[in-house]
Design a protein around this ligand. Structure first.
Ligand code: AMP
Ligand code: MG
Length: 496
């Protein structure tokens, strides 16, 4: 297959007020940094054609491919708790949708491809650092098995973007099940546009939740589906130490994918109060607050949907309440279920949640690295090959190693009740406790090399490592290590 791409644009068929039609702005001298060939193949696109000059022109927004119907979507959103009735794609342009080899429909969007009617005071551009960061982190999340938008390509533009300093410009091609957000529903709800709300809900039902579409109360089923997907998603974030950093309602996907990789980062030392984002001064989006914030955002979605849920408002509110009420139980099931797996438990017993919570508490009190603790536990299973050296390796992560010893007594007692041998247990644990996450100090080194020295070697290396996060990869062992000082004081910035 060659270009043109096989577009089928369902969002562009929605009414005009859902978006603004706008073409990407041509950039000066595009250069391909990286094409995600396996993803291109999955989408039914020809990787060779995309890597050829004509393909790069498309990925850089210099040429609108046949079949594309470029648009910037309208949406609203609560940003740090404040409602903004009009946001929208200010520096992203949806080229269109393709249906992949797996039958799944996906958006192909350029991020950083020039201004749109929603740009407000922004330039519509993206800098190279944040583009590489999003590429790497989103592909890392995918490899970890966590639902996420994907990165199809990164190109440099040959232009400069002005931030606090002058930086090289770049464009990311982002792939998502859709870019519909909680804020998209809020956009119509805030305008009292019930017809728009219903049209959007019907689009979402057809696209993301055909089962809910067939339910007795489809709009309630839609809300329940979003609630369930978010509960599971946030649980998965917590299992790998991921902090999204800017969980505004415009950054929460209806499809349940991790979206918007601006200021996100992974924990090193475990501390649930960790918030890396420079603008998150009060820790609203701190690691341990994420479940609460997800529910807060879902409550905003529930409110927006009230007019669709019942004829009269009181009944609609009751429906919304009931649908959102599922969150706590679904989150706990997903969260503690995942922690069980991380501890090598295949059966469920009373006390498992306390066992997991006690470990996390000891880790927090002792500055233990989140990822290393769980990875090293895999080898410290009683009877496993690692022996006493493996136990020492975990103990050494705790300021007071006896805190680990005290916890491990209970763990060993609990494991004695489990079926299966030690080798199988270690193996199962290694499949859920990654060795490699995008460590902040490595991500920073990678960005510096690319931006300061046009050296994309570290980006390529990290990508190789992070697309196999559960494998030991001995030659890259140093990339599994924690930074000096547990990574405290790290700061991230919104990718503007
Ligand atoms: P974010 O913090 O990335 O979720 O962005 C919040 C809003 O600001 C969205 O409407 C973005 O489209 C918009 N925005 C962010 N950066 C830019 C930029 N450089 N130019 C125009 N709009 C932007
Ligand atoms: Mg955003």
């Amino acid at each position: 297959m060659t270009l043109p791409l096989p577009f089928d644009n369902s969002y562009a068929r929605l009414p005009d007020r859902f978006y603004a039609r706008v073409a990407p702005t041509a950039v000066e001298a595009p250069r391909l940094v990286r094409l995600n060939r396996p993803l291109a193949h999955e989408l039914g696109l020809d990787p060779d054609a995309l890597e050829a000059p004509g393909g790069i022109e498309v990925l850089a927004g210099r040429r609108v491919p046949e079949g594309a119907e470029p648009l910037a979507a309208a949406y609203a959103g609560h940003q740090f708790g404040q409602f903004v009735p009009q946001l929208g794609d200010g520096r992203a342009i949806l080229l269109g949708e393709v249906v992949g080899r797996d039958g799944r429909r996906r958006d192909i969007q350029l991020k950083g491809s020039g201004p749109t009617p929603f740009s407000r005071r922004g330039d519509g551009r993206a800098a190279l650092g944040p583009v590489l960061r999003e590429y790497l982190l989103s592909e890392s999340m995918h490899a970890l098995g966590i639902p996420t938008t994907r990165a199809l390509a990164a190109v440099t533009t040959g232009e400069r973007v002005i931030r606090e300093t002058v930086l090289p410009g770049a464009i990311l091609t982002r792939v998502a099940s859709s870019h519909i957000r909680v804020g998209t529903f809020q956009f119509f709800a805030a305008r009292g546009d019930v017809e728009g709300l219903r049209t959007l809900a019907d689009h979402v039902l057809a696209r993301h939740d055909p089962e809910a579409a067939a339910a007795e109360q489809p709009y309630r089923a839609l809300l329940e589906g979003v609630v369930r997907r978010q509960a599971e998603l946030v649980a998965r974030w917590l299992h790998v130490g991921f902090i999204h950093g800017v969980m505004n309602t415009d950054n929460m996907s209806i499809a349940g994918e991790t979206i918007d990789y601006g200021p996100c980062a992974f924990l090193d030392a475990y501390d649930p109060a960790t918030a890396f984002s420079s603008i998150d001064r009060h820790g609203r989006y701190a690691y341990g607050n994420q479940p609460r914030i997800a529910l807060w955002n879902l409550t905003r979605l529930a409110e927006a949907l009230v007019p669709l849920l019942a004829e009269d408002e009181a009944a609609g509110v009751a429906q919304a309440e009931a649908a959102r009420g599922g969150f706590a139980g679904q989150f706990e099931t997903a969260y503690f279920g995942g922690l069980r797996g991380k501890l090598g438990l295949t059966t469920a017993r009373d006390g498992d949640a306390e066992l997991a919570s006690d470990l996390l508490k000891a880790m927090a009190e002792n500055g233990a690295d989140f990822t290393l603790t769980f990875r090293r536990l895999c080898e410290a299973v009683p009877g496993a090959e690692g022996g006493p050296a493996a136990v020492e390796a975990v103990r050494g992560l705790f300021i007071d190693p006896t805190a680990y010893d005290r916890w491990a007594e209970g763990w060993h007692r609990r494991l004695a009740d489990e079926p299966g041998d030690a080798a199988a247990r270690s193996r199962a644990m290694r499949a859920v406790n990654p060795a490699y996450i995008p460590r902040n100090h490595r991500v920073e080194e990678m960005i510096e090399a690319a931006v300061e020295r046009q050296d994309f070697g570290p980006f390529e290396t990290l990508l190789t490592i992070l697309t196999r996060p559960y494998e030991d990869q001995p030659r890259f062992a140093r990339y599994a290590e924690a930074p000096e000082g547990g990574g405290r004081g790290y700061r991230t910035f919104c990718g503007t």
